[in-house]
Structure formats: structure tokens, C-alpha cells
Design a protein around this ligand. Sequence first.
Ligand code: SAM
Ligand code: FES
Length: 346
Amino acid sequence: NVWNLIETLYKDQTLEKEELVFLLEHRDEETASCLGELARKEAQKIYGNKVFPRGLIEFTNYCKNNCYYCGIQASNRNISRYRLSQEQILSACQNGYDLGYRSFVLQGGEDPYFSDERMVPVVEAIHESFPDCAITLSLGERSLESYQKLHAAGGRRYLLRHEAISPRLYGKLHPEKMSLRHRIQCLYDLRTAGFQVGTGFMVGAPFQTLENLADDLLFIQKLHPQMTGIGPFVPHHDTRFRDFAAGTAELTIFLISILRLMDHHLLLPSTTALGTIDPSGREKGILAGANVVMPNLSPTDVRKDYALYDNKICTGEEAAECIGCLSQRVESIGYQLEFSQGNYRP
Ligand code: SAM
Ligand code: FES
């Protein structure tokens, strides 16, 4: 039964696929709170009651891809496109640095404008200006050589969600010319290039089954990344998935706990999407085993244009307000923000 499965998961740090499906199928408030407590304790053994903030800079919303779920996909003509200049990116970092951040994430659509010739100098400039900060990149699929150049420039971590390990589901979420095989190859290339790697998926994506989720969990276990980002799917009004329901906070949080119990060391964000569908979603995520938050450091005037989904929180706030808000939230549940690089602890 479910309780035996929880015990096995806790002891062995893994379950068979069928067992994961059974656990997900039979989850309820009681099992969720038990898993959450176990997960929280394991996270605390390694990371204490600390949550690592990473300042997120959304530096371009141009994208050549058409992921069916995503609000900034190439075919969306209803958003205004922007690219931040190197000066704007550096000034966002400076603003973050002054607020205490020592960890930055540069994220964007897959924007061909940011070739290696343009991207490498940006990463180098951040690395030189803020040598005591960790730089995470999230630029999508690139070549191994490109990853090697970005690593040499000072990038240390890279976030690339695999999105769905089932080829069938991946195919329902992406146009035909996007290849799951290539995306997975990129994750291994990133590791070859020397990056600490982060992957992940959306919870409650259209057509996703519990079996799909079990496969995703087992893929992550096999890949053994340093970071895993999961958040609920949230519909965007300009996409073909506009009428699909959002994923739930409840299932997202349950999966956070399972991920934590499968890998006690993981850097595991409580995502903005989770805070969007539930006002206390990020706090609940932390209490269920998450240990990272990624507040927005992008200039306020472009934030609403990086709308991956509808009703995204924090698009009107200044960076300083977000950090004040988040530290209050985190403290309200007995945690503290730790303004360090927030390194993985093996
Ligand atoms: N272009 C890079 C890439 O593809 O990895 C990074 C940017 S991409 C917008 C970042 C993540 O946003 C994706 O991995 C996806 O999981 C998530 N995302 C996109 N649309 C979403 C939606 N409607 N709801 C929730 N998450 C979404
Ligand atoms: Fe941005 Fe709360 S974290 S306003």
C-alpha cells in the first residue's frame, strides 16, 4: 500500500515505475503531508533552513521555437519583443548585487541574435564584474562547442528542462521539428562542457499522465542533475493550449517531495509558476523540500513581455520589493534567504 511505498522511497531513495504511478494515484492530504515532512527534513540535513535566492534576468523574449505551451513562442505576434543590451544586463546584475545577490540566472528564448560572438562577451563581462557571483545560463539548445565557449567565459550552471521524456508527450507539446533526442543530447553535452546541469518539466501539462510523470522522475534520477526545476503548467491566452486547465499546486508539491527523497542534495526551486497558481505556493514548496527561489531582476518595463503564461506574479514589482516580499514569506515559515552563490553540496 501507499505507506509501504513511502517507506521504501524513504529508505531506498527510489521506486519502480509502477510503484511511483501507484503512489501518485493514491496520494491524498495525509500522504502528502507525510512525504513533505520527510522531504523537508532531508533538505534541512544538508542545506539547513536556508533558501537560496537566484536573481533571474530575462534578457530576451525573442525565440525561434514554437513550443505549444509557451507565451513567447515565435508565432505569437501579440507581444512586443525586446532584447536587453549588455549594459542593461550588467546594470540588472549591479542592482541585484547591491541587494545582496551572489547568484544570477540569465534566461531567454532561443534567440539566434545571441550567437556565441554576442553571448560570450556578455558572460565574460558579468564574470569579470562580479567574480564572487555564480552565473547560471538558460539559453536553450546549443552545440557542444557553444556550451564549451560559454563555460570558458565563466558560466557554471545551465538550466535546460527536458520537458517530457516520453517521445509521445514531447511530440504533443512541441512542433515536429523539435527533437527530444537532441534536447537530451544537450543535457549530456552540457555536462561534458563542465556545467552543473539542471533539468525539469511542467506539472499538469496538456496530455500528461501520471505514467509520464513517473518516467520523468526516473529519467531525472538517471541523469542525476544538480538542479531540477518543476512548476505547474499555466495556460497562456495566445497559445493553442489556452483552454487547458493549469497544473495543480497540490501535485507539484507532492512531486517536489518525491524529488527531494530521491536525491537529498538536489537544488530544487520553488517556482514562480507555483506562486502564480497558489498565493502561498512558494512557501508550500519550501516546506515540502524545495530550497531555491528565483526572484525576478529584469528591468520592470520589460517584465510583462516575458509572459510565458498568464497572470505571472511579480511583473510589476521592483527587484527590491521582491526580495523584501520573499524574505518575509520565507521567514514566516521559519526559513531564511541565504545570499550566497548557493552551491550544490555533494
Ligand atoms: N529557451 C530556454 C529553454 O527552452 O530552455 C529557456 C526559456 S523557457 C521559456 C523556460 C521554461 O519555461 C521552459 O523550460 C518551460 O518548462 C517553462 N514554460 C514555458 N511555458 C510555460 C507555461 N505555459 N507554463 C509553465 N511553464 C512554462
Ligand atoms: Fe516578487 Fe513577492 S516575490 S512581489
